[in-house]
Design a binder for this molecule. Structure first.
Ligand code: ASP
Length: 416
């Protein structure tokens, strides 16, 4: 059995719904379909979720929101008309009424997935399961994972299960953070021990580098969960950790595929490789906007490190010497005064990080090759680090050298 999640890009219009139907119909094992709310159709367009939040804000402030709501209603009516489904007027009236009578932001936003799911279920001729009945939160809005798993195990399939929201024991609706439909689908795939969790996007899969920096970056065929985790922790914009953890724990493989090119196999992410040796590196990534500090104090490295950890800084890397502490921090926050006061000298620089990720890096003498590639590109790294398990190599470099470094590492490890 497969669990398929379709994002807002896939469900942005009637044409998108048609593609989803084709994909769902092509393989009878696609039995749980998890939709997001309709997304943007073009640059000037708005996501339904954003419009719903805007309606709720206006309603709460006592302002009129009819003009905003008309845009939402128009989108759903257009989709229904394109699919030759009856206009969802009763459902729209219910949402409008809820907003007027003081709905919470979570309830308002959740209606995007709810109504999209209802339309999709009608169009696919599959039963609809309201996520409020199977995704369980506590009253404070924290997911109750064990209860949710149990409810999902008993859920009738096949079905359309809208993403992003659930409810507490009293029926109050709560949502996951933005993009949370990925989490709903991951929970369903884990609970039902699916053969695979298919996450359908408007890109082919996970790219071996950011296509903005490496325009011909290839799509990674296969990687391990550990590699995916490292790639996203080191800067790549891939699936959020909460969306991966349930399937990783359950040992369910995940594929990222394109609804625009359903024949393309996309990227397969699994617990391990089927006996094949891991690729040397599966991707190159990085992070701009770091600040690199070297704080000096005779015999005070550890004192400085303790103080830095207590300050809860947005830490990217930390290295301690006898007489100094090196910190790479994300963002532009100034260093806390207490830490500066402890230091005899503070040296700082705008920096970026670049990393290569791959289970095979250790075997392939990755750190030496990584350093050689940067050096050949004329980049002088401030620091270089490979953890003992060899899963990645990362360097902190001058920020101005970022793009050049990513290209050089891509050429050295992926293109070859
Ligand atoms: N519709 C929600 C959002 O825009 C959730 C999702 O797309 O997964 O964040």
């Amino acid at each position: 059995m497969r669990v398929c999640k379709f994002g807002g890009a896939a469900l942005r219009d009637g044409e998108g719904f048609r593609r989803v139907k084709e994909i769902a119909a092509e393989d009878g094992s696609r039995q749980i379909i998890v939709p997001s709310a309709p997304g943007r159709r073009d640059g000037g367009d708005e996501k339904i979720t954003d419009l719903l939040y805007a309606c709720q804000t206006a309603a709460e402030a006592g302002r009129g929101f009819g003009h905003l709501f008309d845009r939402i209603a128009g989108r759903y009516r257009e989709i229904a008309a394109a699919l030759r489904l009856p206009a969802p007027d009763d459902d729209l009236r219910e949402i409008f009424g809820g907003l007027r009578w003081g709905a919470s932001p979570a309830w308002a936003a959740s209606r995007g997935e709810w109504l999209c799911g209802r339309l999709l279920a009608a169009y696919l001729e599959m039963p609809f399961v309201d996520a409020a009945s199977v995704i369980r939160f506590d009253a404070a809005g924290n997911l109750l994972e064990r209860d949710t798993m149990e409810l999902l195990r008993r859920m009738p399939v096949p079905c359309v299960l809208p993403g992003f929201y659930g409810a507490d024991g009293l029926g109050t609706v709560h949502t996951f953070p933005r993009g949370g439909s990925d989490v709903t689908a991951a929970l369903a795939a884990a609970a039902r021990n699916a053969d695979v969790y298919e996450n359908w996007k408007d890109v082919r899969g996970v790219f071996a580098a950011d296509p903005e920096l490496v325009p011909d970056a290839q799509c990674v065929t296969a990687m391990s969960y550990r590699e995916l985790r490292a790639l996203s922790a080191l800067g790549a914009r891939v699936l959020a950790e909460e969306a991966v953890a349930p399937v990783r724990r359950a040992g369910v493989p995940l594929t990222v595929r394109s609804f625009l090119e359903p024949r393309h196999p996309g990227t397969r992410i699994g617990p391990a490789f089927g006996g094949q040796p891991a690729a040397e590196a599966i991707g190159v990534t990085g992070r701009r906007g770091l600040r690199l500090y070297r704080l000096e104090r005779l015999d005070g490295g550890e004192t400085l490190a303790r103080s830095a950890l207590e300050a809860g800084l947005p830490l990217f890397k930390l290295a301690v010497d006898a007489d100094a502490l090196c910190l790479a921090l994300r963002g532009d926050e100034p260093l806390p005064e207490a830490l500066q006061a402890l230091s005899e000298r503070v040296w700082q620089h705008r920096a970026a990080s670049v990393s290569a990720v791959g289970e095979g890096l250790r075997r392939a003498d990755g750190a030496a090759r990584f350093a050689a590639a940067l050096s050949a590109a004329g980049v002088r790294a401030y620091s270089l680090h490979m953890p003992p398990d060899g899963l990645y190599v990362t360097a902190v470099i001058p920020e101005a050298d970022f793009a050049r470094s990513v290209t050089a590492l891509y050429d050295a490890f992926i293109r070859r």
